[in-house]
Design a protein around this ligand. Structure first.
Ligand SMILES: Nc1ncnc2c1ncn2[C@@H]1O[C@H](COP(=O)(O)OP(=O)(O)OP(=O)(O)O)[C@@H](O)[C@H]1O
Ligand SMILES: [Mg+2]
Length: 261
């Protein structure tokens, strides 16, 4: 059997803050197979973004092991990490803003332009991606001429531009209304699925998490629960033994402890 795309073992990440050591990731183990689409949920401060930063080579763990696409990331030099990041990982992070002086099409092409690829060669796939996210008619709009949801869709198209093996998304719909946020999550899932991309998406959106094939719950810097299929339900609704999820059950907030698995 081939190795999973991502294998994380005993991952620790601590921050030094005002002379105090803060242990944020505390012995985390996780394996993610190629093409898997996984939601990461958990309370604020659980370490979800920190984990994504380590997986995305944006930050170095304090100790432990991360294997990605058959290579050990921990200990690699910064230029090698940048190469892996640029070639194999797409990001949909809130701080990853679109470039305001470029239009939607140029923003989608940007990862390729940065790599020195020719505009001509990038334009067609970029247009196809914009069409996939439903924005064929907005190619010439600059970010300031797009709605928030449209900007997020451009961001998703951009993340997929170089056909990354992995897309990391951190609350990609953070400040959108819930209908737009649902639609974007859905799109994310569909587009990623069609490209065979492995996706890890941190979300606080319960109804979205519930539709994901796999839901990993983090708590206190560790994996607290790891559920496949439709068995995940927000902790607050776990009272009834063996109860499944009703497809249209009202969302409830995560936050109360529950039995793992
Ligand atoms: N650079 C840093 N220096 C010190 N502490 C940090 C740093 N980055 C994160 N932390 C702390 O690490 C903890 C985990 O942060 P992280 O951003 O990973 O949480 P999260 O699970 O993504 O939460 P949220 O759902 O609110 O985004 C928090 O308590 C945070 O204050
Ligand atoms: Mg976060």
């Amino acid at each position: 059997m081939s190795e999973p795309l991502i294998v994380v073992e005993d991952l620790h990440k601590s921050f030094d803050h005002l002379g105090r050591k803060l242990d944020v990731l505390r012995g985390l183990d996780l394996a993610v197979g190629e093409g898997e689409i996984t939601a990461i949920v958990g309370p604020s401060g659980a370490g979800k973004s920190t984990l994504l930063h380590c997986l995305g080579t944006l930050d170095q763990p304090t100790s432990g092991r991360i294997r990605f696409a058959g290579q050990d990331l921990v200990g690699l030099g910064s230029s090698r990490l940048a190469e892996i990041r640029n070639r194999m990982i797409g990001f949909v992070f809130q701080f990853h803003h679109l470039l305001p002086e470029f239009d939607a099409l140029e923003n989608v092409m940007m990862p390729g332009l940065i790599q020195g690829k020719r505009r001509k060669q990038l334009e067609e796939p970029a247009r196809a991606l914009l069409a996939e996210v439903g924005l064929a008619e907005r190619a010439t709009h600059r970010p300031g001429e797009l709605s928030g949801g449209e900007q997020q869709r451009v961001d998703l198209a951009r993340a997929l531009m170089l056909s990354p093996k992995l897309v990391l998304a951190d609350e990609p719909t953070g400040n959108l209304d819930s209908a737009t946020s649902d639609a974007i999550h859905e799109l994310f899932f569909k587009v990623g699925g069609e490209h065979g991309t492995t996706i890890l998406v941190v979300t606080h959106n319960v109804s979205f998490a519930r539709r994901m094939p796999r839901v990993v719950t983090m708590r206190d810097g560790k994996i607290y629960a790891d559920e496949h299929g439709s068995s995940w339900r927000p902790p607050a609704s776990r009272g009834r033994a063996g109860a499944g999820l009703e497809p249209n059950a009202p969302p409830s907030e995560p936050g109360t402890p529950a039995a793992a698995g």
